[in-house]
Each structure stands twice: as structure tokens, then as C-alpha cells.
Design a protein around this ligand. Structure first.
Ligand code: GDP
Length: 295
């Protein structure tokens, strides 16, 4: 992920480093290259425009151009802006102190990695001393509940399946089950579709109204390109969510979607998923990711 973007940006910075003093033309050329590199990485056009605009304004400042190390300053400005683009600070999962069980609802398209991420999140929370319960509310895809049950078995977390038919009832039933069995967190895995569809949205809203989640996390496949923008915007408008789990960051996609999502929705990326194993969910650190991209 991001390999080709990293290479392109490093080329641009190498050229700047070779120059010593920088003119406005040098900055203009570098900004044009950065713009191309981001567009080729499939970053949303509007995001690219705003990002490059911010970088350019800062780089053109006389204290940067006239400094002893202008190219280093340019790299630092791009790094800072990239960190901002990704969210600037790490964004923790906030659990409500005054409600047991806490309810975390997972939303997203089918195949985005929702079921896998639900199990990984349960594993992470369990390792932190919590006692999570997984609720199998994807009642549309018959294999989803089985998949969750298998994953739950692997990580030693109970899975509530209810009648396996009515997603809202399963979600509500899971809360009662958690109360009865002293689980302090319920993770609700909901149904997705291959594309946004009205029935899916209505069901997600109905589950939300029934269980009043403390956190709604949207699972977003990092392999999705530009289309990610429409998908996250639609979910933000219809269901709303508190943060993003970016899945499949171990893949070799260009990464533009991952870079666009924060700026487009204003919602933080809270976790990244880097593989299929239960322990491959990590808290997202924007600064580390930005440094990795700039190499
Ligand atoms: P759902 O339909 O949203 O519930 O998606 P699933 O959880 O079933 O995931 C779809 C596919 O993506 C499965 O084959 C998962 O094993 C795979 N997957 C999920 N997360 C990751 C990840 O972070 N990295 C990789 N490489 N594969 C993943």
C-alpha cells in the first residue's frame, strides 16, 4: 500500500534537495508533482486540491524560501499536512463509563471486512480485560453468522445469534444476553450490501434506534478507490458514524481512498486492519502513517 505514492513523493523531494536555494518556480513544480502523485494514487480530486493548496501556501512563505534549509522545510510542511489530512492525533475508542453493556455497532458495505473487524475488535477488547459479546445481526448473508461464530470460537468470545432472522431483534436480544452474562461490551455486526441500498440503510437505522450504540464504526476497505467518498458520505448522512476502521491496509492498493476518508467525512480513522489474523487490528496513528508514506 502507498508504495508508488511514496516513490513519487521521494523523487520530488530528492529533486528539491539537490537544489539548495529554492525559487517559487521550484515550489510550483514540486506542488504539481505532488498533485499528480496523489491523483494517481486515486486520492479524491477535491481533497488533492485542498491539500496541495495548503502545502503551497505554507511553502511559499518567505521564511521557508529564504531559510538555510528550504527543501527540509518543504518536506516538513508536506509531512505535517499529510498528518493533518490523516487526522493529526490518534483517536481512541471512547467507551461510555455510565452504561453497561457498551454497544459498538459496525456498519459498511458487504465484503469491506466488517465481520472480520468485529471479531478483531472483540479480540482487542478482550485482551484489554473486557468481556465482549458479538451479535450476529447480518441476517441477510446466511454464512455471516457462521463466519462470526467460527471467529468467535477462535478467539474465545461468545456470539449471540438469536433467531437469525430479524436483525433488530437479534441486536436487542444480544443486549439482554450481555446483561444476563455480565458482558460489558456488545459488538453488533450488521448486514452490508455490495453497493449502497435503501433496505440496508433502513435496517442499519432501525438497529441504531433499537440499541442506541455508544459508538458506530464504519469499516472501509482501503482497496476501494475514489468510490469510497460516495460510500462514506452516504453512510455519514444516513446512519452517521463516529469513526472508521480501515481494513485491508496490508493490500497493495494505491491507498487514495484511505487518504481521502478523513477529509471528506471529518470522521477519524480509529483502527487499521492489516491482515486476516485476529490480532491484526491496530490503533491508527496518523503521524506514523504519514511518515511511512513520505519514506
Ligand atoms: P464483510 O462482508 O464486511 O463482513 O466482510 P468480511 O469480514 O467477510 O471480509 C471479507 C474478506 O476480506 C474476507 O475474506 C476476509 O478474510 C478479508 N479481510 C478482512 N479484513 C482483511 C484485512 O485487513 N486484510 C486482508 N488481507 N483481508 C481481510
Amino acid at each position: 500500500m502507498f508504495n508508488s505514492l511514496s516513490d513519487r513523493l521521494q523523487d520530488t523531494f530528492d529533486k528539491l534537495r539537490g537544489k539548495g536555494r529554492l525559487t517559487e518556480d521550484d515550489i510550483n513544480l514540486a506542488m504539481r508533482e505532488i498533485r499528480m502523485a496523489l491523483l494517481e494514487a486515486d486520492v479524491n480530486f477535491r481533497v488533492v486540491k485542498q491539500f496541495v493548496g495548503r502545502c503551497k501556501e505554507k511553502c511559499m512563505a518567505s521564511e521557508v524560501l529564504d531559510s538555510l534549509t528550504p527543501s527540509q522545510n518543504v518536506v516538513r510542511i508536506v509531512l505535517d499536512e499529510l498528518t493533518q489530512l490523516l487526522g493529526s492525533t490518534e483517536s481512541k475508542l471512547v467507551l461510555a463509563q455510565n452504561r453497561t453493556p457498551n454497544v459498538i455497532m459496525m456498519v459498511g458495505l458487504q465484503g469491506s471486512g466488517k465481520t472480520t473487524a468485529s471479531a478483531k475488535l472483540a479480540y482487542l477488547l478482550k485482551s484489554q480485560g473486557h468481556s465482549p459479546l458479538l451479535a450476529a445481526c447480518d441476517t441477510h448473508r446466511p454464512a455471516a453468522a457462521d463466519q462470526l461464530a467460527t471467529l468467535g470460537g477462535e478467539i474465545g468470545v461468545s456470539v449471540f445469534r438469536g433467531d437469525g432472522k430479524d436483525a433488530v431483534k437479534v441486536a436487542s436480544g444480544a443486549i439482554q444476553e450481555a446483561v444476563d452474562h455480565l458482558n460489558d461490551i456488545v459488538i453488533v455486526d450488521t448486514a452490508g450490501r455490495l453497493q449502497i441500498d435503501e433496505e440496508m440503510m433502513q435496517e442499519a437505522v432501525a438497529i441504531k434506534q433499537a440499541v442506541k450504540p455508544d459508538q458506530i464504526l464504519m469499516v472501509v476497505d482501503a482497496m476501494t478507490g475514489q468510490d469510497i467518498v460516495n460510500v462514506v458520505t452516504e453512510f455519514a448522512n444516513r446512519v452517521d458514524f463516529d469513526g472508521v476502521i480501515m481494513s485491508k491496509l496490508d493490500g497493495d492498493a494505491r491507498g487514495g481512498g484511505a487518504l481521502s476518508v478523513r477529509e471528506v467525512t471529518g470522521k477519524p480513522i480509529k483502527f487499521v486492519s492489516m491482515g486476516e489474523k485476529p490480532d491484526s487490528l491496530e490503533v491508527f496513528h496518523p503521524d506514523r502513517m504519514a511518515k511511512r508514506i513520505l519514506g
